[in-house]
Unconditional design. Structure first.
Length: 365
């Protein structure tokens, strides 16, 4: 998730972009489970659902006026989305079956950004950039804990260890990562120093490593020197590897494959997505071209595709994880897409039982 202050600047400066169109997946492309992506539109105050198997955008769902939706988290049953309204300092609750927005919103801190569901599905954590805090919301009661958790300056994103014990929060303005004990809601008093302007964060499925994209400011854009870096943190010891991974242009969002072997990194300044071999900590020299200003990345729940929200492209690129290739054409969504979340994979229906074989006895006379 990229911080809204920078998004506003980019949106104001962006030239008009032709809308993306939809094409069928390329021959030989991977197939994806039955899931729906929900893409927030920061500039359009709405959400675009995308049917993942067909890459078809469905009818936009309007949000509140001037809400500027960014982060989005979907409950484990796929029934409800918690949507961050950065323009209102609130979180909306959306019924995904009916498309109805609950008229009662949840007040959080100033300029909220990212929203993530805890691994056990009981809480949504919201990062408040303008308040330097994290709010926690009880999913069942839809109520916010009255005491927010203080973190570093300009927090941007949050990720959880797979066991749900620890939250990692990137602090864009203080070049650090805060860690929070989820059960006690207590922040470790010592933050972890990383690179300049950490933005996105993801944790490997085995819970051993946190991967942090250090954006290194919004300008110059593009960044021909590729000054952006990615840091890795040992989760158990809370120590950063002294050598960062280099060669990025304002890296923003990060996702990690389900086998933990590869990190996908959005390059806001270079209009491409990079991949990192996490075993060797090396960046693949061949980047994956997407549309203008890729910001947030999300992986389909079956791990077959990475979706890239292209903020100034007004569209979403879909990347085949196995082949590292994006489709020829992107999927049109609302203005300035900023957040992506998926519903769980729907169960594959059982085939109908075969009709019984009826044997008619032969007449013998």
């Amino acid at each position: 998730m990229r911080r809204v202050g920078v998004l506003l600047v980019a949106l104001a400066m962006a030239a008009p972009i032709a809308a993306g169109i939809v094409s069928a997946p390329a021959a030989g492309a991977a197939t994806v489970c039955q899931t729906t992506a929900y893409v927030t539109s920061f500039g359009g105050n709405d959400i675009t659902p995308i049917d993942a198997p067909t890459r078809t955008p469905l009818a936009n769902i309007p949000m509140l006026e001037a809400s500027a939706p960014v982060g989005i988290a979907i409950t484990k049953d796929g029934a409800t989305a918690f949507v961050v309204f950065s323009g209102l300092a609130e979180v909306g609750v959306l019924d995904l079956k009916t498309g109805a927005l609950d008229p009662t919103t949840i007040a959080v801190g100033n300029s909220p950004q990212d929203a993530e569901l805890t691994p056990d599905g009981t809480q949504v954590w919201v990062v408040n950039e303008g308040a330097n805090t994290v709010s926690t919301i009880d999913v069942a009661t839809r109520t916010k804990n009255p005491t927010d958790i203080a973190v570093g300056q300009d927090p941007t994103s949050v990720a959880f260890t797979p066991d749900g014990s620890t939250a990692f929060v990137t602090n864009f303005g203080s070049n650090s990562v805060s860690t929070i004990d989820v059960s006690t809601r207590i922040k470790n008093p010592t933050d972890i120093v990383v690179g300049t302007n950490p933005s996105g964060v993801a944790i490997t499925p085995d819970g051993t490593t946190a991967v942090v994209a250090n954006q290194d400011g919004p300008f110059p854009n593009p960044d021909p020197t590729k000054s952006g870096k990615v840091s890795t943190i040992d989760v158990a010891t809370r120590t950063k590897n002294p050598t960062d991974i280099t060669g990025f242009e304002h890296p923003a969002g990060v996702v990690i494959t389900q086998d933990g072997s590869t990190a996908f990194v959005a390059n806001w300044g270079g209009n491409y997505v990079s991949t990192i071999d996490l075993t060797t900590r090396t960046k693949n020299p061949d980047d994956i071209t997407v549309d203008l200003h890729p910001n947030t990345l999300a992986m389909t729940p079956d791990g077959t595709f990475v979706y890239s929200a292209n903020f100034d492209g007004g569209d979403v690129s879909t990347i085949d994880v196995a082949t590292r290739s994006a489709g020829d054409q992107d999927v049109s969504v609302g203005t300035a897409p900023a957040g992506i979340a998926f519903t769980p994979c729907a169960a594959t229906p059982e085939p109908p039982p075969a009709p019984p074989v009826v044997v008619t006895p032969a007449f013998t006379g």
